[in-house]
Design a protein around this ligand. Structure first.
Ligand code: NAD
Length: 481
């Protein structure tokens, strides 16, 4: 790792870079299985120091920084990100294993979040409320205070952008705990924030293990809001810990998101999304569309075309920049191959190919497409978090809705149909935080509120909605006669 402009073994607390009290951990490159560097193993004491530093920032310079100035700082960080897109992409590719061009898109998305929240920082207003004679009543939008951000390994830059970006815009002071599998861009982000003039303590970054640094952050009594993205079981633990301190949490826990393809769909337009929405980042995406529900009239055609698209998928190391990179870890590969074993009696409609010279130690899995999968099958019910997709046939709209809504999750859904009335009906009936009509993901959609229902979590990130989530409404009622 010669391209680093920070020391990956350090944590960033109160504007100071230092070694963690908890020691160090190895960091692996998923494309090769090699250890590329050491990172900090933040301890409960390191988290405590970070929370106190954040508290100090709120009582000091950061607490006095105007909304306009907060916006300018975020905008400046975004501009610095744009000057470093290639370096950030190289870090994310080495750390997460995602193909370089996908990592590049993530760096650009991080800059876009900072631009968006930089511009929005001074545009969140309270209101005046007509009340009794002799009163003036108005509301103030205030920061929670210290916000905790527990970030997973699949999209570090994007999740930092949407979560820390919005929290800083509202004037919170952040403690960021990136994932132990991928924390380099979190540290790079902190360096750029420092260079952009973010006051000391407004952002603190403490990498470390979930059960140590993560658990300490979720349970810390000095934290006033927690934003968590990751697995359902850990989301539950974080919520339970936060409940002890009676603080709000935003949980983004993934899904089993369906795309519904009707007989009247424009299949040429749909095809790239049907496959791409699952395969991106090797299927390790919370909003991955791992289920495709297809009406009988076009079923055979869709299965054949998707199967062919899978046949063209090439899997290899991040720097080869193919369609699919490795999974994040040996453990994740084990989880995904375990699911594939459960599909041994199903029909394989297509699969990708791992290139011959892929490094031995990389965590590669060939993408696999199953057809005719019963809706209740484990592969059609569980979040796999790998390049595995199922196709399920249906006859009627009613049946499609029942299948689509028939999992524990509800993050994203899409409808492919030219029938306007059906589009409107299903937008209401599908159980999901986002519904897309004749597209999927809307190109990332920094501006579009995002979050789930059911086991996909609660609370909303992205767009202006995140700014409401990262703030508290205070009502002021003045009696003046
Ligand atoms: P995880 O939930 O264990 O880790 C996510 C984050 O939570 C990491 O920063 C981790 O350090 C932290 N964490 C772990 N244990 C913690 C604890 N006890 N208290 C506080 N923080 C803790 O996810 P994982 O093990 O890395 O992945 C397992 C599965 O989770 C995947 O197979 C996938 O299904 C799901 N996942 C979902 C997302 C998503 O975007 N929704 C992201 C990553 C993983």
């Amino acid at each position: 790792m010669d391209s680093l402009w920070f020391d990956p073994t350090e944590i960033f607390v109160g504007g100071v870079w230092r070694q963690a009290e908890g020691g160090k951990l190895p960091l692996e490159n998923p494309s090769t299985g090699d250890v590329i560097c050491e990172i900090a193993r933040g301890s409960a004491a390191d988290i405590d120091a970070a929370v106190h530093a954040a508290d100090g920032a709120l009582a000091g310079d950061w607490g006095r920084t105007s909304a306009l100035e907060r916006g300018r700082i975020l905008t400046r960080i975004g501009q610095l990100v744009l000057t470093r897109v290639d370096e950030l992409a190289a870090l994310e590719a080495a750390d997460v294993g995602k193909p370089l061009s996908q990592a590049r898109n993530d760096a650009i998305a991080l800059a876009r979040y900072l631009e968006f929240y930089g511009g929005a920082a001074d545009k969140i207003h309270g209101e005046t409320i007509p009340y009794l004679d002799g009163y003036t009543v108005y509301t103030l939008r205030e920061p929670h205070g210290v916000t905790g951000h527990i970030v997973p390994w699949n999209y570090p830059m994007q999740i930092i952008g949407r979560s820390v970006g919005a929290a800083l815009a509202m004037g919170n002071a952040c403690v960021l705990k990136p994932a132990e599998e991928a924390c380099l861009t979190a540290l790079a982000f902190a360096r750029l924030a420092e260079d952009a003039g973010l006051p000391a303590g407004a952002l603190n970054v403490v990498p470390g293990l979930g059960a140590e640094a993560g658990a300490a952050l979720s349970a810390h009594p000095g934290v006033q809001h927690i934003s968590f993205t990751g697995s359902v079981p850990v989301g539950g633990l974080v919520q339970a810990a936060a409940a002890q301190n009676v603080v709000p949490v935003t949980l983004e826990l993934g899904g089993k998101s369906p795309q519904l393809v009707f007989d009247d769909a424009d299949l040429d337009a749909a095809l790239p999304f049907l496959v791409g929405a699952c395969i991106q980042n090797a299927g390790q995406t919370c909003s991955a569309s791992s289920r495709v529900l297809v009406q009988r009239g076009v079923y055979d055609q869709v299965v054949a075309r998707m199967g062919k698209a899978y046949g063209d998928l090439r899997v290899g190391p991040a720097d080869a920049d193919l369609n699919v990179g490795p999974l994040i870890s040996a453990r994740q590969k084990e989880i995904v191959t375990g699911f594939l074993a459960q599909g041994k009696d199903l029909t394989v409609a297509g699969h990708g190919t791992i290139i011959n010279d892929a490094p031995e130690g990389g965590h590669f899995v060939a993408p696999t497409l199953f057809s005719d999968v019963p809706p209740e099958h484990p592969l059609a019910q569980n979040e796999i978090f790998g390049p595995v997709q199922v196709i399920i046939p249906f006859d009627t709209e009613e049946e499609a809705v029942a299948i689509a809504n028939g999992t524990d999750f509800g993050l994203v859904a899409s409808v492919w149909s030219e029938n306007g009335a059906r589009q409107m009906r299903l937008a209401k009936r599908l159980r999901a935080g986002q519904v897309f009509i004749n597209n999927y993901g809307a190109g990332g959609g920094v501006e579009l509120p995002f979050g789930g229902v059911g086991k996909s979590g609660h609370g909303r990130e992205k767009g202006f909605e995140a700014l409401y989530g990262f703030s508290v409404l205070k009502t002021v009622a003045a009696k003046h006669g």
